[in-house]
Design a protein around this ligand. Structure first.
Ligand code: XUL
Length: 527
């Protein structure tokens, strides 16, 4: 019975999951996480980030990630015991956009690691730049503007790469390194994403970037799944020579190097391309075909889905990435998620039970009252100045405000996802607030589709293990349909779905244009 191993290198820590698959029998054997700050305090990170005097600069330590991978592999191998020999394939995911800069000597070092010594000790001299700029970095506005100009405007960049330029995307970060530290750029022989860097450590050789994570760089011709010369030229000189060819996410790129056998007892298992955490999560929450939409309800709410054709977001706020299935995926982010729900809850001195009771006690459509819940500047739609806008909604009415914030969020979500999901058959809801049935009822009614709660804590990591399973099966000549790959792991129980109620669906169908008009008018009026 094969065992598949998935990792996820997130902002604050590293997680690993080992799964066992025997036909329809599937189970999680090991699930483990470590937090960088606590497990590896010598690096001095706070929530996984190196403190910096400039609040716009957010970097982490690639050496720390290497040490975390070595430590975690030791823990997983110990947990698995004799079962470690059954590990057939390994894959992983990582926070998107972060970049790692290696010297030419790195290849030699990775190919000749000494099993008697920890990994990190041997990597100290391989970095051309000691830090990894990461997704929370916002210091590259000038570089974004320059790249956008060179490529003919924001819409042209989105049509080519799937997203307009964003400060955290890797292309602008590479351009900044070239401009501000040209010696470090010149020393760099290979540029990795966090995902391809960690895959390289496992393989003992440079591993390619995949189409999923590669699409978070503003460097790929996403439709064709390869580097875009115009984007490389607009970013930094000699960039192509510093990147390997991009590969589809489902590629078996190599095998675990003998170092992992000698050090932790792993077999030379297949190594499947690592990808970004968002593409990997798509599989981890069971979204493997168009029509199913995942909604993650966290501090921010995000919506993502599979698209079988490439189409950038016409408003320029969302992203299109490569999906692990070989299709495309969209990612739409709403900054005012739980953040806004909490502000309303606290304003009326409620707890979550009280919040849900008021939501249940108020009628769908809120008697025509509407709220634009921009407690903080919003990403979708793009709003730079925070402000709560109410229509026919008394500020002092607790029930109406509770319903107003949730309906405003769900109506915005539906409006701003039409471009990517014109048809929604079902929703997979995850995150803390997905436990709230009253909220899922509003979601189901607004989207006119059943909302299923998916209880997966580490979806990116589970997605990585499932992708390892999928690629292993395909490489043995026994390809498994994606629905079969996720079955039993990331599959909703239909009997627990929150179903849309026809009368409420009709209310929201009529209310949606009023919401759209309020949003449009407010966006015109605010700075
Ligand atoms: C996506 C993004 C974040 C990171 C978090 O564009 O920046 O979701 O991937 O790990």
């Amino acid at each position: 019975m094969p065992v598949y191993l998935g990792f996820d290198c997130a902002t604050q820590g590293l997680t690993a999951i080992a799964i066992e698959v025997a036909g329809a029998e599937r189970r999680v054997l090991v699930e483990r996480s470590l937090r960088f700050d606590e497990a590896l305090p010598a690096y001095g990170t706070v929530d996984g980030v190196l403190p910096d005097a400039d609040p716009l600069v957010v970097h982490s330590s690639p050496l720390m990630w290497a040490e975390a991978l070595d430590t975690m592999m030791g823990l997983v191998a110990a947990d698995l015991g004799d079962d470690v020999r059954r590990v057939a394939a390994v894959s992983g995911s990582a926070q998107q956009h972060g970049s790692v800069y290696l010297r030419a000597e790195a290849d030699e070092v990775l190919g000749h690691l000494d099993p008697a010594r920890p990994l990190a000790d041997q990597l100290r001299d391989v970095f051309a730049f000691e830090h990894a700029p990461m997704w929370m970095d916002a210091s590259t506005s000038a570089q974004c503007a320059a790249i956008t100009r060179a490529l003919g405007g924001a819409a042209a960049v989105a049509r080519l790469t799937g997203s307009r330029t964003f400060e955290r995307f890797t292309g602008p970060q590479i351009r900044k390194l070239h401009e501000t530290d040209p010696e470090a750029y010149d020393r760099t022989a290979r540029i990795h994403l966090v995902s391809s860097y960690l895959a390289s450590l496992l393989a003992g050789a440079a591993m390619p970037i995949d189409t999923g994570d590669g699409s978070g760089m503003n460097l790929m011709d996403l439709r064709r799944g390869r580097w875009a010369d115009a984007a490389l030229d607009a970013t930094a000189p000699g960039l192509r020579g510093r990147l390997l060819t991009v590969v589809p996410s489902a590629t078996v790129v190599g095998r675990l190097s003998p170092w992992w056998t000698a050090r932790h007892g792993l077999p030379p298992a297949k190594l499947v391309a690592w990808t970004g955490d968002n593409p990997s999560s798509l599989v981890g929450v069971g979204v493997v075909a168009p029509g199913t939409v995942a909604v993650s309800l966290g501090t921010s709410d995000t919506l993502f889905t599979i698209m079988d054709r490439f189409e950038p977001d016409p408003s320029g706020t969302a992203h299109v990435f490569g999906a692990p299935t070989g299709d495309f995926m969209s990612l739409v982010c709403f900054r005012n998620g739980s953040l806004a729900r909490e502000r309303v809850r606290d304003a009326f001195g409620l707890d979550w039970d009280g919040f849900s009771r008021l939501l249940d006690a108020t009628p769908p459509g809120n008697g025509g009252a509407l709220m634009l819940p921009w407690f903080e500047p919003e990403i979708t739609p793009s709003v730079e100045v925070a402000g709560i806008h109410r229509l026919h909604l008394a500020e002092s009415d607790a029930g109406a405000n509770v319903r107003g914030v949730v309906e405003g969020q769900m109506l915005a979500m539906r409006l701003h996802s039409r471009w990517t999901a014109p048809r929604v058959d079902r929703i997979h809801a995850t995150g803390g607030a997905a436990r709230n049935s009253a909220l899922l009822q509003v979601m189901a009614d607004v989207f006119a589709a059943p909302a299923h709660r998916i209880d997966v804590a580490n979806s990116a990591c589970l997605g990585a293990a499932l992708r390892a399973f999928h690629a292993d099966a395909a490489s043995r000549g026994r390809p498994a349909p994606w629905e079969d790959v996720v079955a039993g792991f990331a599959e909703p129980n239909p009997s627990l779905a929150v179903r849309p109620r026809p009368a409420a669906v009709e209310v929201y169908r009529e209310l949606a244009p009023a919401y759209e008009e309020l949003e449009r008018r407010t966006l015109r009026e605010i700075p």
